[in-house]
Design a protein around this ligand. Structure first.
Ligand SMILES: Nc1ncnc2c1ncn2[C@@H]1O[C@H](COP(=O)(O)OP(=O)(O)OP(=O)(O)O)[C@@H](O)[C@H]1O
Ligand SMILES: [Mg+2]
Length: 427
């Protein structure tokens, strides 16, 4: 469960990690009148996603008039699709430098890791990608309850190699990393992060605070939840990719399996999936990956999870195809309509609508390979045959097997084989 920044800061405060002076959290502009603010003041949008600064959700104000104006703008803002429902007001800290401090668990090894960097701030993800050497990572042996002082010192010494002018802060930095680790352990967190840890003339201040609690251990954290006034377990809000947001707007479940800015491997085939329901969605991912491994030298990559079941409208089906065809990664779309609640007829009309629209507007077309069976099959078959006969150019790369005579694994394998052949790739 993610904590809001103001909640995580409350926790940090109890653990004696320095934070900026907190003026309070508001849900409406009117609440500002009762607040005693010192200027300049920082206004911070409380949403459970990162990158708020870049999205214009973190602003400084110099007087009450400005504070009200900025607050009313922030309340209208959406950050990565999330509305800003409350705003934290806090002291502005003078910045001489900024580091990144984090503690988390490596899900592959189950070891706690401490991560620090001298390049703190809003671009830490980019730093990690482009200059991984500036990120210092240390696995903690035996996942000890406390961070051994010796390890904390080692980590800080490595950090100070990149920040020699901050040597005088060594003890404070060691103390902060020890306390952050203690916070992570004491509250059963999956992640405790300070980014940026602002360096001031007097010491350090956690200008941002992020905590994600382990849901499985929440029963041990009754006191913490009480202190924060959290009465109900919060659903984790994952950060959505552009495609995920688009699918959410259109109203169907969709998950990207690849990171947003990954580099496409030119020797691999990327397969987009429009399956039936969620179970079929998971099956399709496994099947494409397994067939790729067994028969195509591990050169096939499933791109997405999608649940296209539950009786989508024709326009919604069309949007599913548009979404994948707009994705520059995708080389082939594998689809499988197992019509239960959903109608094959509506599905096929939505698909034909999408490919026609793309053909007419000169947009990228991607071959579609699949099978359909189930509700409304006869009318779907008739519509498909008619569409093929009337628009052979539009439909030339659409292959849909009608009925149950082929098993889906064979259909997937054949679709991938055809795609390899059309690229002139050896199998
Ligand atoms: N109290 C403060 N005083 C001075 N500067 C601040 C303060 N809070 C935030 N900042 C500045 O604003 C930037 C963005 O703030 P913050 O890191 O809290 O939000 P964010 O962009 O959402 O971060 P993340 O992507 O890590 O969630 C910080 O890097 C820091 O430079
Ligand atoms: Mg931050």
């Amino acid at each position: 469960m993610k904590l809001y920044e103001h909640e995580a800061k409350k926790v940090f405060d109890t653990m004696k990690i320095p934070i900026p002076k907190q003026y309070g959290v508001i849900h409406s502009i009117e609440e500002l009148d009762a607040m005693k603010l010192q200027y300049p003041v920082m206004l911070k949008s409380m949403v459970l996603v990162g990158g708020r600064g870049k999205a214009g959700g973190i602003k400084k104000a110099n007087n009450m008039e400005e504070t009200k104006k900025i607050a009313s703008e922030l309340f209208k803002l959406k950050i990565k699709g999330l509305a800003v429902e409350c705003i934290l007001l806090e002291e502005v800290v003078d910045e001489m430098g900024a580091c990144y401090f984090g503690v988390t668990m490596d899900p592959a090894t189950y070891h706690n890791v401490v991560i620090v960097s001298a390049s703190g701030g809003v671009d830490i993800e980019q730093v990690a990608r482009e200059k991984p050497k500036t990120i210092i990572k240390r696995e903690i042996p035996d996942n000890s309850r406390e961070l051994p002082e010796k390890i904390a010192e080692d980590i800080v010494c490595s950090l100070l190699k990149d920040l020699p002018q901050m040597n005088y802060l060594k003890d404070i930095l060691v103390d902060t990393i020890v306390k952050l680790y203690a916070t992570y352990q004491r509250f059963d967190a999956k992640l405790c992060e300070i980014n940026p840890l602002i360096i001031t003339s007097k010491g350090v201040v956690a200008a941002d605070a992020k905590m994600v609690l382990d849901d499985n251990a929440l029963f041990r954290q009754v006191e913490l939840l009480e202190m924060l006034g959290i009465k109900e377990k919060r659903h984790d809000v994952a950060e959505r990719t552009k495609n995920e947001l688009r699918a959410q707007t259109a109203g169907f479940p969709y998950i990207d399996l690849l990171p947003e800015n990954h580099a496409k491997d030119p020797h691999k085939l990327y397969v987009g999936l429009i399956p039936g329901g969620a179970g079929y969605g998971i099956f399709s991912i496994d099947e494409v990956a397994t067939i790729g491994k067994r028969f195509f030298n591990d050169r096939v990559v499933p791109v997405n999870f999608m649940d296209s079941g539950g009786g989508p409208t024709q326009n919604k089906v069309a949007e599913m195809f548009h979404l994948l065809m707009d994705n520059s990664d995708v080389d082939l779309i594998v689809t499988s309509r197992f019509g239960g609640i959903s109608s094959c007829d509506i599905f096929i009309r939505g698909m034909v609508q999408a490919v026609k629209e793309r053909y007419e507007n000169g947009k990228k077309m991607i071959p579609v390979f699949g099978r359909m069976v189930g509700t409304d099959l006869p009318s779907a078959r008739t519509f498909l045959e008619k569409a093929k006969a009337e628009n052979p150019d539009v439909m030339k790369n659409v292959t849909i097997f009608v009925g149950n005579q082929r098993i889906m694994a064979d259909v997937i394998r054949e679709g991938i084989k055809k795609a390899f052949e059309s690229k002139g790739w050896k199998i």
